[in-house]
Design a protein around this ligand. Structure first.
Ligand SMILES: Cc1ncc(COP(=O)(O)O)c(C=O)c1O
Ligand SMILES: *[C@@H]1O[C@H](CO)[C@@H](O)[C@H](O)[C@H]1NC(C)=O
Ligand SMILES: *[C@@H]1O[C@H](CO)[C@@H](O)[C@H](O)[C@H]1NC(C)=O
Ligand SMILES: *[C@@H]1O[C@H](CO)[C@@H](O)[C@H](O)[C@H]1NC(C)=O
Ligand SMILES: *[C@@H]1O[C@H](CO)[C@@H](O)[C@H](O)[C@H]1NC(C)=O
Length: 493
């Protein structure tokens, strides 16, 4: 009896030494896999207590496969048997999403960026977070602001890796998606004189929100006034106040747009990432808006940010144009003023944005900058390139439909000349009688977003290329079917 006890102690002692050695190796060598360069590894106790149950719940739901054609979520419905219910992708049904409805239309309407979902599933361990019940209950952070300092640091780091925006000497404001910042920016740039309200303009085809938001707010200080090109012809009064939306790359056609009027501008850079366009150099404008939605694909997190003004550049300029210092001093004050107005808008509208979201975004961006951004951006670009190759092939056999021309440019991020691979195909119906292109596609079981939604002609329509793989494959199939009918119908005409 005594002997077995001693043996047992001996074995336990050896096991304990072995575990210690293994843990040390893990912490000092294995842990360095992620830790060394960018991510300081937080030391953790191997025994979990309160997070164990939540982790088990999260993994149990994630393990439900839904046949690969759907997803179960922690906050989804629960079946009568107490199991989380599969939420099936379009055109799939049944309790496990295994049943495909044969005549189903391909829905290429929304810009839901689900194409990045596989990346995050591959990086589950690195990108998941645990939020305790008492996490950041306060309105404010320690420094009395509504914005995480650490998150701002990572956003700046990301831009310096990608090389798509100058962040030095600029102020940053977080918003609920970039949508909120679009209206905050218009508010901040608008005229303070209500007898001469600012004219908000955009260039056709443009993202509909630029028009819808000013119309909703119905402000005395700004009004949406339509297309920049038609505006140019009646701007005889040059001291009229203009705020121009410049979307680069543009939604819907993917063009790298520049300002037409050249006065106050709001640069919407939602798609200015290597997934969609070669990065030819850092954007350097007074007010730039970015969003997590099309960067990591987390549209549901509702996180966007605006970068305002050029404090340092103004100082540099002031040094060159010393006799003009007063003007540049004024410019400095003015730019800080814009920043404070955007901040004030977010404060009055929402008292800042969710701390839970900021925590999650921080975690996601840590993964995004891993390996100097190569894993995320290569995944995203390769996926978009592959989709464009297949799409271009289908349209190359059609005379009835055409899509926008893409331009090869040198991408500084990949250090290669590359074709753009926009988030959307901007389809034109070439036949005289096909003046409602969206309806033509709909007859071929393809749901698109009609040109008039972008204030353009209905001879055009938009197809989303950033949805799930299932959605994209069905879209291709329906397009092939439609194109294959072309020569038949010509034959019968
Ligand atoms: C050009 C452009 N800007 C802004 C947004 C809004 O994005 P979010 O509010 O999700 O950041 C979108 C969404 O599709 C967009 O296409
Ligand atoms: C406001 O705008 C009106 C009309 O353009 C102009 O006559 C007036 O001088 C402006 N007031 C100020 C304070 O700038
Ligand atoms: C409109 O105003 C801008 C800025 O002053 C000017 O460059 C442009 O030539 C004007 N366009 C017309 C058609 O007058
Ligand atoms: C970019 O590629 C060129 C040619 O392939 C190479 O000479 C150059 O060193 C590369 N630049 C960087 C920054 O890697
Ligand atoms: C239809 O005919 C044209 C001209 O002969 C040809 O170029 C095109 O590839 C054909 N399209 C399909 C889908 O077969």
């Amino acid at each position: 009896m005594n002997k077995t006890k001693k043996n047992c102690y001996g074995i336990c002692f050896l096991i304990s030494i072995a575990i210690n050695i293994l843990l040390s190796i893990y912490l000092y060598a294995g842990g360095g896999r992620w830790g060394a360069k960018n991510l300081p590894e937080i030391s953790f106790r191997p025994a979990l207590t309160w997070s164990e149950k939540a982790a088990a719940e999260a993994e149990a739901v994630a393990a439900i496969s839904c046949s690969g054609h759907g997803r179960a979520f922690l906050d989804g419905s629960i079946s009568d048997q107490g199991q989380p219910v599969c939420e099936c992708y379009d055109c799939y049904g049944g309790t496990d999403c295994s049943e495909r409805s044969p005549g189903c239309a391909a829905d290429a309407d929304s810009g839901d960026p689900i194409f990045l979902e596989p990346f995050w599933m591959q990086n589950a361990a690195e990108s998941s977070i645990v939020i305790p019940g008492w996490h950041r209950m306060s309105y404010r952070y320690e420094d009395n602001t509504m914005m995480s300092v650490e998150l701002e640091k990572y956003i700046r780091k990301l831009h310096s890796i990608v090389g798509n925006a100058i962040t030095e000497g600029r102020y940053m404001v977080f918003g609920i998606g970039s949508s909120q910042l679009l209206s905050a920016a218009v508010y901040a740039l608008s005229s303070e004189n209500s007898s001469s309200p600012s004219n908000v303009l955009a260039t056709i085809p443009f993202y509909p929100m630029y028009k819808a938001q000013p119309m909703l707010f119905n402000s005395e200080n700004f009004q949406f006034k339509g297309d920049t090109n038609s505006w140019q012809s009646y701007n005889s009064t040059n001291n009229i106040d203009v705020i121009e939306f410049v979307t680069s790359p543009n939604n819907p056609d993917g063009e790298l747009k520049k300002s037409v009027i050249g006065r106050k501008t709001i640069y919407d850079h939602a798609y200015f990432w290597p997934h969609f366009t070669p990065i030819t150099g850092p954007s350097d404008h007074d007010l730039m808006i970015f969003t997590l939605s099309k960067l990591t694909g987390h549209a549901g997190a509702r996180f966007g940010y605006a970068q305002v003004s050029l404090f340092h550049l103004c100082l540099t300029l002031a040094r060159y144009y010393t006799y003009d210092t007063i003007i540049y001093r004024w410019a400095i004050i003015k730019d800080k003023d814009v920043y404070e107005k955007v901040l004030n808008y977010i404060f009055l509208a929402d008292l800042g944005i969710s701390k839970d979201t900021q925590l999650r975004v921080l975690k996601l961006l840590k993964v995004a900058i891993e390996g100097d951004g190569k894993p995320l951006f290569e995944f995203a670009y390769n996926k978009m390139r592959e989709r464009w190759e297949m799409l271009t092939f289908v349209f190359s056999r059609s005379t009835r439909f055409s899509i926008q021309k893409r331009h090869p440019l040198h991408c500084n991020f990949f250090n290669k000349t590359r074709q753009s691979s926009p988030a959307y195909a901007w389809v034109k119906c070439e036949r005289e009688e096909d003046d409602d292109c969206s309806a033509v596609l709909e007859a071929g079981k393809i749901i698109s977003r009609r040109g008039s939604q972008f204030s353009a002609d209905d001879r055009y329509t938009r197809l989303s290329l950033i949805k799930s793989q299932d959605d994209f494959e069905l879209l291709l199939q329906r397009l092939r079917e439609l194109v294959s009918l072309e020569n038949d119908s010509i034959g019968t005409m």
